[in-house]
Design a protein around this ligand. Structure first.
Ligand code: EPZ
Length: 443
């Protein structure tokens, strides 16, 4: 996607209208991009269904194509066909053009080492919600036998002169990306890999399901240990991606904040359970059907809650931002302790400018073990409500924070101009069309 001119990268919102209607949510951004990388592992053809039209899919497609892989994206049907019979090393200067576009390229490491013996990974992008280091990823690759050369200015060169070998790996924190890195690198490694302290998010389980279809042997224990028995070769897959539970929660929060009524087609219950529990405690109503989940504000007051973000099966960090907007409309003091990212409350400043009462704290306002204890990060928030919100000029800071600002603008009285709106295209397919379908006042 080409850069959008700043003056066109604005959404004007007339707030104060409830969102009412039906929208459809497709597959999870945080599975689809990794499933596309997995296709690289097999000298064959893979088909991924239920793929949303988002920028991350374009970035991964571009990087695959640079490696000689054929990628056919059908936005209408949501099908992506990937043919990885042929894989080649691109010119470093071509790969560098994708520097800063996404965090997914680091996951190309294992598959490229297996197919080509080397990989050049461009500098990573992604949301600025903390330091977001990749030390676990690189340590994992080294343990499996890779040589990592970080000297390059615009990327990392990785080689595996003797192939990859299974290893015992422990993650100091259950990182989603480092778990996926280990799995994608270990499936074709020689011997067994034991990964303890792994993340077990539903998107990781769906990735494992894809790899099993491809021929991999992977087991997951309840104590967060994932065992991978290396196999010699994998074949292409056909798979329907699980629904984007972050997008579902975002629309559910928008329904609550605007006192609306939204049916989210495609939403499924099992991976939403923790969110649904909190939604109910806040006072939101929902009804689970075979086609999706219906979310609505029942009228009257919403209730304040205390919650802590955590790795799965805890309350997702990506659910936190949209829900905080709804909590500005709940009666009493809500407390949110963010334990996954050290810097994920920056988005609250514009909410305060719009009239919300939110106080940030460096202390842990909760009981979960937290890596940010006694550090200087404002990672707890107290939200006092309900407070009316007033329309404002807002700059989108990151993907989830940006969507949350959009929700605030929809809930606010008066007009808002939301600048940098194209950032939201990274993770919310056709959000302008969906907002229009829900009766939002946008242009
Ligand atoms: C994934 O990011 C998601 N991104 C994030 O969604 C999501 O918030 C996050 O998982 C947690 O669920 C994608 O899947 C593309 P992590 P990831 O490694 O894998 C620290 C969105 O908006 N860490 O689980 O990058 C890290 O700093 C995005 O869709 C290290 O210290 O997250 C963080 O504090 C935002 N060293 C924690 O672990 C490492 O090498 C969790 O990060 C790796 C991570």
């Amino acid at each position: 996607m080409s850069a959008v001119e700043p003056e066109k990268d604005v959404l004007h919102v007339v707030g104060g209208r409830p969102l009412n209607g039906t929208i459809k949510v497709r597959g999870a951004k945080n599975l689809v991009s990794k499933a596309m990388v997995a296709a690289l592992l097999a000298p064959g053809r893979s088909v991924l269904k239920n793929v949303p039209e988002i920028r991350d899919v374009q970035v991964v497609s571009d990087l695959l194509r640079l490696h000689g892989v054929s990628v056919d994206v059908n936005g209408d049907t949501g099908e992506v066909a990937i043919d990885a019979h042929h894989v080649e090393m691109p010119a470093v200067s071509d790969v560098e053009t994708l520097s800063g576009a996404s965090r997914i390229p680091i996951l190309f490491s294992g598959p490229l080492l297996h197919r080509l013996g080397e990989a050049f990974i461009p500098s990573l992008g992604g949301c600025r919600i903390g330091d977001r280091p990749i030390d676990f990823h690189l340590e994992t690759l080294r343990k499996l036998g890779a040589d990592v050369d970080k000297e390059h200015e615009d990327g990392i060169h990785i080689t595996a002169p003797h192939g990859l070998q299974g290893a015992k790996i422990h993650l100091p924190y259950p990182s989603v990306g480092a778990t996926e890195q280990t799995i994608l690198a270990a499936v074709l490694a020689e011997g067994k890999t034991e990964l303890s302290g792994a993340a077990v998010e539903p998107e990781i389980m769906d990735l494992i399901a894809i790899l099993q279809k491809m021929g991999a042997v992977i087991s997951v224990d309840v104590d967060r240990t994932i065992r991978i028995e290396g196999v010699r070769e994998l074949k292409g897959y056909t798979h329907t991606a699980l629904t984007d539970r972050i997008e579902v929660a975002s629309w559910a929060s928008a329904a609550l904040a605007t006192r609306g009524d939204v049916f989210v087609k495609g939403a499924t219950q099992p991976e939403m359970m923790t969110f649904l529990n909190i939604y109910r405690k806040v006072g939101g109503e929902f009804d689970v059907t075979d086609e999706g989940i219906h979310f609505w504000h029942p009228g009257g007051d919403l209730h304040a809650v205390a919650l802590e973000t955590d790795v799965h099966p805890g309350f997702m960090t990506d659910w936190q931002q949209p829900l905080v907007v709804a909590l500005t409309q709940a009666k009493g003091l809500s407390i949110v302790h963010e334990t996954v990212y050290e810097n994920r409350f920056g988005f609250t400043k514009p909410l305060v400018d719009m009239g919300a009462t939110i106080q940030l704290y460096k202390e842990c306002l909760g009981s979960l073990p937290c890596r940010f204890k006694q550090h200087n990060f404002e990672h707890s928030a107290v939200i006092f409500g309900p407070t009316p919100l007033a329309g404002q000029d807002i700059d989108v800071p990151d993907l989830r924070g940006g969507f949350s600002h959009l929700i605030a603008a929809l809930a606010a009285q008066g007009e808002s101009s939301v600048h940098g709106i194209s950032l939201i295209d990274r993770g919310y397919a056709d959000f302008r069309g969906k907002l229009a379908a829900l009766g939002a006042g946008i242009d």
